[in-house]
Structures are given as C-alpha cells and as structure tokens.
Ligand binder design. Structure first.
Ligand SMILES: [Zn+2]
Length: 246
C-alpha cells in the first residue's frame, strides 16, 4: 500500500479487506483481462455503476495534492478552494468523457436502397487534449463514406466523433481510432477521415506558434484502392470547408 491519501471516503467500502483505491480496483480489473488502458482507450466497461462517483472523489483529492505541490493556498485562496472538484468533474464527465462513459447509442440500418454514392459530413468539431501535456487540441474533421451494408444518421457521426475525441490523444492515433469505430458501426465500402487541428502545446507553450495547424487523414477500403474516389473525397471536403453558411 503506497497511498498516503488521508481521506477514506475515496476508498471502496465494499473492498474492506484490501482497502484499495477505486482506481486500483478498476485498474486490476482491466489488467486481469489483458486489455490496454492507454490515455486514448475507453474503459467504461470496467467501471461498475456508482464507481465513477467514487473515482471523482479520488481524482479531486489528487488534484488538490497537485495544487498544494504547486504551493497554492487552497485553504484560503477563494479562487482555488473548489478547483480540485471542478477539475475532477471536468476530466471524468466532460473533456475526457470518452474514456469513462460508454459510446452514445447509434442505431444502424440496413442499406436497403443499395446506396453507393459517396458523401461527406463536416466540419465536425474536434475537441480533444494532447496526451503529452493535457492541453487542448481544437479543430475540425470531415468524414467521407461510400456506403456498404449499413447506414447511420448524419448526426451520429458527430456524436461518435465527440466521444472518441474527448480523451487525451495524439492526432495521428485519434484519426485511426475514429475510423475503427465508424467501420464497426456502418461497415462502409470506403471510408476517409481528415482532421485539421491546432495544438495548444504549440500555441500556448513550447515553440508558441499561434497559427500552426496539423492536418492528417486516413483512407480505407475503396478510398484507398480507387484513386478517383479518393480525389472525389478530398474535392468534396475542400468545397465543404470553403462554404460555411447557406
Ligand atoms: Zn502536447
């Protein structure tokens, strides 16, 4: 037992024998299945009902320790008295929601009409954070589909993207993870995704380049094999990014 946390309300009372922190219980549960739990993985299936609230208290306690280590007077500074609780809530339920909460329900339908023309959806907001510094990555993304066996509603792409992006990421992996999820949902014949984002670890700190952005893409299936289809996808996105209002 290495923890020195003073407050027992962040421990799981059902686990009296080991007296483990809830994060340790969840971590052990994941490890026992051999599953990866990197920053950009979703771990919702390993969190039982009621445990997220206990985890929220544990994270708040740790953030409070961080503030204390930064020599901030959390007892008397009225601005930071509840910062730890706010940050914990923000991480678990907002900006990193895609790690701790299940995927939003997305119903897919059979492609009865045998649609096979490509379409693109975007721009979809990218709100993420870099795994290296936990500062924002903000931008836009476009998704192109050549329908396969299943179709999903247009708004569902934005919902799935928001769920994937709200985790700590590196942009190169974020685009692959989103592509995997969309492939699972609608089994398209072709899929293309482009992300254009600004990284606050470059704007706010480090080299402090305020206008640099990163663009990356992934193409799969027919978009990969058929050059004209791939060009059509990039052309449609170019038009979409040039026209903002109708
Ligand atoms: Zn960074």
């Amino acid at each position: 037992m290495t923890s020195t946390l003073p407050n027992d309300n962040i421990r799981n009372f059902d686990d009296q024998i080991t007296n483990k922190l809830i994060s340790e219980i969840i971590r052990d549960r994941i490890k026992s299945t051999g599953t990866r739990f990197s920053a950009n993985d979703n771990i919702a299936e390993f969190i039982n009902p009621g445990e997220l609230e206990i985890l929220e208290k544990e994270v708040a306690s740790r953030v409070k320790d961080l503030l204390k280590s930064l020599v901030i007077d959390v007892e008397n500074d009225h601005n930071t008295q509840e910062t730890a609780e706010r940050v914990s809530k923000m991480y678990l339920n907002e900006v990193f929601k895609g790690r701790y909460h299940e995927q939003p329900k997305v119903t897919s339908f059979p492609n009865d009409k045998k649609l096979d023309e490509i379409y693109t959806v975007g721009p979809i907001s990218v709100r993420s954070a870099c795994s290296h510094h936990l500062v924002p990555i903000l931008g836009e993304c476009w998704i192109g589909i050549k329908p396969g066996n299943k179709v999903i509603g247009l708004s569902k792409f934005a919902r799935v993207a928001a769920w994937v992006f709200s985790r700590p990421h590196i942009q190169e992996e974020a685009v692959m993870i989103l592509a995997d999820e969309i492939e699972k949902l609608c089994e398209p014949k072709g899929l293309g995704i482009i992300i254009k984002a600004q990284h606050y670890c470059m704007k706010w700190r480090g080299v402090k380049e305020p206008n640099t952005s990163m663009i990356n893409s992934v193409v799969r299936g027919d978009f990969r094999h058929d050059l004209s289809l791939k060009q059509e996808f990039f052309e449609l996105v170019k038009q979409q990014s040039a026209t903002n209002n109708y």
